[in-house]
Design a protein around this ligand. Sequence first.
Ligand SMILES: *[C@@H]1O[C@H](CO)[C@@H](O)[C@H](O)[C@H]1NC(C)=O
Ligand SMILES: *[C@@H]1O[C@H](CO)[C@@H](O)[C@H](O)[C@H]1NC(C)=O
Ligand SMILES: *[C@@H]1O[C@H](CO)[C@@H](O)[C@H](O)[C@H]1NC(C)=O
Ligand SMILES: *[C@@H]1O[C@H](CO)[C@@H](O)[C@H](O)[C@H]1NC(C)=O
Ligand SMILES: *[C@@H]1O[C@H](CO)[C@@H](O)[C@H](O)[C@H]1NC(C)=O
Ligand SMILES: *[C@@H]1O[C@H](CO)[C@@H](O)[C@H](O)[C@H]1NC(C)=O
Length: 716
Amino acid sequence: MLLLLLLLSLFPTVPKSLMIPSSLDSEICPIGHFPCGNLSVCLPQVLHCNGIQDCANGADEDNCVDINGWPKLLDVFLSSRGSRPKLEEEAGDCTLDVVPEKCQCSGKMINCSNQDLHMVPSASSNATTLNLQNNKIKSLSDHQFIRYQGLKNLLLQRNRIHAISSQAFSGLFTLKKLFLSHNRITALKPGVFKDLHKLEWLMLDNNKIAKITAGSFTGLQSLYFLYMLNNSISELPKNSICVEMPGLNWLDLEGNRIKTVRRSVFQQCITVLILHGNKIRKIQQGALSMLTKLVDLDISANQLQRLHPLLFSQLQELQMLNISFNPLKQIYENQFDSLTHLHSLSLEGLEIPNIQNRMFAKVVNLSHIYFKKFQYCSYAPHIRSCKPNTDGISSFENLLANIVLRVSVWVMACVTCFGNLFVICMRSFIVTENCCHVLSIKSLCCADCLMGFYLFLIGAYDLKYHGEYNKYAQAWMESSQCKMVGFLAMLSSEVSVMLLTYMTLEKFFCIVFPFSHHRVGKKQMLSTLTAIWILGFLISIIPFFSQEAFGNFYGRNGVCFPLQSEVTEKQAAREYSTSIFLGLNLLAFIIVVVSYTSMFYSIHKTGAKTVERSVLSREVAIAKRFFFIVFTDALCWIPIFLLKTISLMQMEVSGTVTSWVVIFILPINSALNPILYTLTTPSFLERLKQGLKRKQRQLESKMSFTLVSIHTNTTE
Ligand SMILES: *[C@@H]1O[C@H](CO)[C@@H](O)[C@H](O)[C@H]1NC(C)=O
Ligand SMILES: *[C@@H]1O[C@H](CO)[C@@H](O)[C@H](O)[C@H]1NC(C)=O
Ligand SMILES: *[C@@H]1O[C@H](CO)[C@@H](O)[C@H](O)[C@H]1NC(C)=O
Ligand SMILES: *[C@@H]1O[C@H](CO)[C@@H](O)[C@H](O)[C@H]1NC(C)=O
Ligand SMILES: *[C@@H]1O[C@H](CO)[C@@H](O)[C@H](O)[C@H]1NC(C)=O
Ligand SMILES: *[C@@H]1O[C@H](CO)[C@@H](O)[C@H](O)[C@H]1NC(C)=O
């Protein structure tokens, strides 16, 4: 009945709620398709940047790299400023009269890197570049560089500088680049850079600066790049950044300890703001409202739980936004509405339970979007490049990503289903003396058959969604069909596991204690089997009882089987699936292994007493069978135990592995059980032989009869 319902449910039409509103249609191509450059050909989104030229003009492999935002800006800046050093300044023969010993000179550049210097050496005042990186300089004293009136680049990175006196850089009116990275600077004195009117690059990364005090950056009128990542900044000055540095475009504060972003800290001057990897919990409403020129905003990897719906409302120039990896509880449907110039949006690592087409509908120029799950891509059908496009199990196009899996699911389904059905029929026709044994074998076959049905259903849904799975992925995983399919697989595998254990135990008592004369009666057997089925049923149905505790227990991936653990999984669900896969199943496996080992041992011992050849060969045969039974069990269960353990340790298990386990390994037992427990047993083979002989005899007599009749006919 259940199966019938499931099969019927395969065919109704696509859920209405997932239909893409036609208002989103771009002029040329239908939703989910993109145009081939200036040809009038449209291709599905998935073919964009897949490494294969699908458009005749190759336009589908253009613009694959997301170079919006700062990379573009940097290019523009470098080309406009002609930032390459002039050749005569840094190459060719030395044109300077005083060069410190140990240092090299070319053109007007002095290179003193890696020389173990403890002090700043003195050189010709006409030098334009002074390279002092990788030395042991500890401090910079007042007027240290005042002689170098024409200095353009001062490289002091990777020294041990911790103190910079307030006049250290005085007189460097022409300096363009100042590198102070990888030092031990803890504070910047007010006015320390006040003469550096031409400075464009200031690198202060990987120091120990804890605080930006007002006045530290006065005088830096032309500063374009301020690079302060990997410091310990927890406090930002109020109202001073753009006042002190009106030309500031690029502010990188990545990897600091900023906790809150207050209103009016960041002002209009900034076009690139990188706050990645801080500890930001709160961005005050309106904190970004003055950043009207902002092109690139990266607030990824912070502690943000909530973004005000109007937070981005003033950022009309924004091209690149990265809010990935924040513990965001919600994204408002109108959150991105004002970002009409946005080209690239990163939402990696974010669960978006309320995702809908509406969210991205107004971001018309978006060309690159990054999600946590590929299923979300179906809600952004007008975006040319959407990543990721697979979770390992399923892909954009298909429920089963891999063609081998797509074919194998049918093969495995057929083998499992027909093998078990065949055994059920055989056992029903051939009457044996031990009806109880037959009952449990039939029971086992029924359970295994369900696994075949499960695979059939997965294969059928894969066909149903063929080519456009991403549109239905989310709905499929949340659907009751997926839950039913998962229920089926769980029921089958658990009942099968328990039946195998039960049968093993029964055999064990029979062989190890042969004289107890305790035979299981039919009634007892029936009640045990019923109990096992009821228990299996309960195990599989429990997750349905509490949506709150278990979440969507079965529908966490396309194949609806709860093997993977992930971070978002509910606590109860994780514990439950662990106690089943690593508790119940592991226990069953141990029982099977121990029982078969001791059974074999016991047979071996009794066999040793009777020194007969036939006994010996029989013993070998038994050993072989036992080995295969335990071996296939191990083949099936050990990978599952491993998979479960690994995913419990919070290690990333790729979906590919899961899908192969579910399609190939999980059904191994179900497919092989009929062969192991029926088709290759000596008694069955014996009976088969007898049957065949009888058939043969019948056939022979028939043949001879016809021959005789033909003969008589012709002679008449
Ligand atoms: C557009 O068409 C022109 C010729 O009509 C061709 O030269 C050009 O390469 C095409 N551009 C693209 C992106 O296909
Ligand atoms: C500076 O000198 C070091 C070795 O002393 C050398 O490795 C480095 O390439 C030089 N740098 C430049 C820019 O010439
Ligand atoms: C610096 O260069 C100028 C011309 O560019 C030259 O007249 C002067 O002598 C040089 N000074 C030193 C100390 O090399
Ligand atoms: C920042 O610091 C971390 C460790 O402290 C280091 O791994 C990383 O490379 C640094 N980043 C940069 C850009 O220097
Ligand atoms: C967004 O930020 C995350 C985390 O910092 C990073 O991995 C990702 O590459 C960024 N996305 C883009 C498009 O730069
Ligand atoms: C979107 O991009 C197109 C072409 O790049 C441009 O002409 C148009 O003005 C952009 N629209 C908005 C709202 O930025």
